[in-house]
Write a protein that binds this ligand. Sequence first.
Ligand code: SAM
Length: 289
Amino acid sequence: MNLTDITTIKSLLETANTGFKKSLGQNFLINPAVPKKIAASLKRDGENPLNVLEIGPGIGALTVELSAVSDTVAAVEIDGSLLPVLKKTLADCPNVKVINADILKTDIWRLAEEEFGGEFSVCANLPYYITSPILMYLLEGDIKPREIIIMVQKEVAQRLCASPGSPEYGALTAAAAWFGECERLFAVSAGNFLPKPKVDSEVIRITPFKSPPYRVSSGETLRRVIRGAFARRRKTLVNSITSEFPNMNKERFVKILTAMGLPADIRGERLSVEQFAEMTLYIDGVIPL
Ligand code: SAM
């Protein structure tokens, strides 16, 4: 069965008495080359088993390709009406387990332990409406996936992988850069989906760091520094960051910048995550001024 064929997709949904749910970001792939290419991007780690968590299998177009390249697949789908479809389309994929759940309400680490008993990778054509919460959830957890290969909106890919100083660089970029390394793999235009979305997509790889790359005073201070630095983009860092630290005066921030060898009028968007991390050490007095 060709799961990217438009007639097949429509008839599978019709037989299950269901349709495309826009509210769940249901845009299904209709180009067979795309799910193959996404699955082929997963890296094996020597002799270790390749366990994959898929988020939102839909009717299973990517799932069958993941099944072919990996040892075990757990596919979490929120839409119960797709379960009879997946039962049919994944009948020849004994290494796939479909779980009917909302990924945002799932204890991913417990699921990984139960289904894989160890390391796992994440691979998904993500529903766009929950891209940021899913990413932060995956990256902030104590146990990190080996790698995360996801299709996201092109603009989100640009933001996630942006360099300091570029227009796309923002709080999401800095947060993601704290947790791992981001690479843009390939573009997928809107015409590759049914229904056709308004935006183009890109597949990206995030390789989470095993341990934090730089020293910080606390994760919470880092979060506040990043949030504050981008709170008012057109303002200088000193004027923007005080929104998150109302008890600290501007003079102290200027002193911190000077100690870090930075000009007092620098904007938040020019600082790397390493510099945000260093700033937390001054703010919390780990490095005295
Ligand atoms: N993997 C399929 C493909 O590539 O053609 C479908 C991808 S479609 C963009 C996103 C899928 O995620 C849909 O099947 C949707 O029902 C599912 N989904 C949406 N929100 C979800 C959630 N919170 N938890 C799990 N699955 C979700």
